[in-house]
Design a protein around this ligand. Sequence first.
Ligand code: ZN
Length: 198
Amino acid sequence: MADLSVLEGLIQALRRLPGVGVKSASRMAYHLLQHDREGAELLSQALHQAAAAVRHCERCYTFTTQAVCETCLDESRDTTRLCVVETPADQSAVERTAAYKGLYFVLMGRISPLDGIGPKDIGLQKLMERASDGVVTEVILATNFTAEGEATAHVLGEALKRRGVQVTRLARGVPVGSELEYVDLGTIAHALVDRRNA
Ligand code: ZN
């Protein structure tokens, strides 16, 4: 039936979300249309606004609605230290420890050969430029302690060291296989304080 192509279009659009197959997409579409029209409108508006307004910070690459994010603009920050994290959620985890007052660089991903994600697909080049601005003296690699996070830390560490930047890595103590986002704050704070040369 041609008049259902609108519904089919919604299902196809929902399938673009990670981990959503045709079954889940259909369930979401039916739910919104049958039980939550208000939610459908809200979702539509929020997506439209976010897609139009959210961009990457020119300095740290995290999501922001301004050219430069609030953290990068904060003059009380120690501009000589740059903490590299995978996601904004990991940045929040480090931030909540209150043990770090430097700036950040958010990769917005991790190197993962199995998923076809290489150094070019994360902000490697931007990080290199950022770390060689003449102000940064130490880059702290705070990628996750997963296989991908470790591989990412290794690649970034080697590239940064070739540029003469001092590189440190969070100390062990953060459980192997874990993502910072889910690690308790005390453990992250200790791993920061006990960071070692990479
Ligand atoms: Zn920023």
